[in-house]
Ligand binder design. Structure first.
Ligand code: PFF
Length: 452
């Protein structure tokens, strides 16, 4: 671990690698269903406000922590203050929880790619298609295993660079295609109501849950509060501007999420008239809605196939970065060899992911805190551990090592323009909001609905 770290080449190398980790299913699958469920425009507004305050401050802090110490999460906290090493450990748990269920969804994407490539996209547009598929036993598990197997092979053979190269071409194409699909969708009769719902904030839909959901999504989407950006920062060269990089990653990440929402939410209105059940569909939203859009499109089969291929790549670059993180945590900690560790992580993720897959069918009645397995893992990582890690990181920087330590690292490449905002968010805004939200969300789940 202590050997010399390799660095990202060129100024743009860092941004691309970090964006590869950031842009994934979080943007395309998770953001739209949360936006639909939590009030449309008001969710979007809250998300953007959080992105330019919390997101900016936390991402800056994590990257600077990594670059300053040259270490990944546990080492970075430990190097600056031994008592805070536990924050690094806590952060390290998050990718371990996310990787298995992320791969279950990755499996769904792979299945849909296969469906469109084999010309069965029409069938996928039927109302019951997705529900029938995920409630099965063998099929979703097969696609899940295939997806995680591919992820493991890439990590095992160390061909991440190759995947990154391909995805550098794929990502811009994904942006263009998403914009195209979003514009197309807007012209489907009935979609305009959805566009308004998605863009125009309606304050009557605002609740504490909106903020919690948006905050969890922000961490998830930008790969924050899980140690990832600290590791990326440790590879960043000293002459690359942290502030500019953070802005670029944020714009890219939020932009893709925005267009994914614009592509999916209006379509829900067009095909279901915006009824509550459809809007609240949750994880199934993208899979139920997009095939209907492609079905109405000239050349929809091919466009659908290309779309799911691009989403698959975006997902893979993220799950590779997740698995890579988990593997390196175990390698560093237990000094296991890399090959064996990959195998163990692969098998572990497969086993832990199984309930998330089966929880949509045969195990759907087994609930933890009233949630199905997949939703439970999602809740515990996004709404509990990540806010906690973010809170502890803020306390650590705001009151232990002081914001100035981070600001100095950022200022190595020139003036830190938003230093005041950074300090204010880290010291006051973020900790206070996170504490309030954490308490209310945990109370909400524990005492069951009806509070907010
Ligand atoms: N940020 C990714 C997404 O939005 O899909 C999820 C993710 C990828 C989180 C990689 C963490 C990570 F290391």
């Amino acid at each position: 671990m202590e050997q010399k770290r390799s660095s990202f080449t060129g100024k743009i190398g860092f941004v691309l690698a970090a964006a590869g980790s950031a842009v994934g299913l979080g943007n395309i699958w998770r953001f739209p269903y949360l936006a639909a469920k939590y009030g449309g425009g008001i969710f979007l507004l809250v998300y953007i406000i959080l992105a330019v305050t919390f997101g900016f401050a936390l991402m800056t802090a994590e990257i600077a922590l990594g670059r300053k110490t040259g270490l990944s999460a546990v080492g970075a906290f430990k190097a600056l203050n031994k008592k805070f090493a536990f924050v690094g450990y806590l952060a390290a748990i998050v990718p371990m929880i996310i990787l298995p269920y992320y791969s279950v969804i990755g499996g769904w994407v792979t299945k849909y790619l296969a469906v469109f490539v084999s010309g069965q996209g029409r069938a996928a547009a039927a109302d019951t298609y997705f529900g029938d598929f995920i409630s099965g036993v063998a099929e979703p598990i097969f696609w899940f295993a295939l997806y995680i197997g591919v992820t493991a092979l890439v990590v095992l053979f160390g061909v991440e660079k190759g995947v990154e190269k391909v995805s550098k071409i794929m990502m811009p194409v994904l942006v263009v295609l998403s914009v195209f699909i979003a514009i197309y969708t807007m012209f489907i009769p009935g979609a305009l109501d959805g566009v308004i719902y998605y863009i125009k904030p309606d304050f009557s839909h605002f609740s504490v849950k909106t903020v919690l959901a948006a905050m969890g999504q922000l961490f998830y989407s930008m790969s924050l509060a899980m140690g990832i950006m600290i590791t990326y920062g440790s590879y960043m060269k000293k002459d690359v501007s942290i502030e500019t990089s953070v802005h670029q990653i944020e714009i890219f990440d939020t932009g893709i999420a925005f267009f994914a929402g614009l592509m999916i939410v209006p379509a829900v209105f067009a095909f279901s008239g915006g009824n509550a059940a459809a809007i609240n569909a949750g994880p199934s939203l993208m899979f139920e809605t997009l095939p209907k859009v492609f079905d109405t499109m000239y050349g929809g089969q091919i466009i659908g196939a290309v779309f799911f291929l691009l989403v698959l790549f975006a997902a893979l670059t993220s799950s590779i970065s997740l698995m890579e993180t988990v593997v390196s945590i175990f390698c560093d900690k237990f000094k296991w060899n890399r090959k064996l560790t990959c195998l163990i992580v692969f098998v572990g993720a497969l086993v832990i992911g199984l309930p998330s897959s089966l929880g949509n069918g045969v195990w759907k009645d087994i609930r933890i805190l009233g949630l199905r397995f997949l939703d439970f893992f999602d809740f515990i990582s996004n709404s509990v551990i990540m806010p906690l890690v973010a809170l502890l990181t803020c306390i650590f920087i705001g009151y232990v090592i002081k914001p100035k330590t981070i600001a100095d690292e950022v200022a190595l490449t020139g003036k830190f323009k938003n230093e005041k905002l950074f300090t204010f968010v880290i010291k006051y805004l973020a900790p206070i909001c996170i504490i309030l939200i954490l308490i209310s969300s945990v109370l909400d789940v524990v005492l069951k609905d009806g509070f907010f």
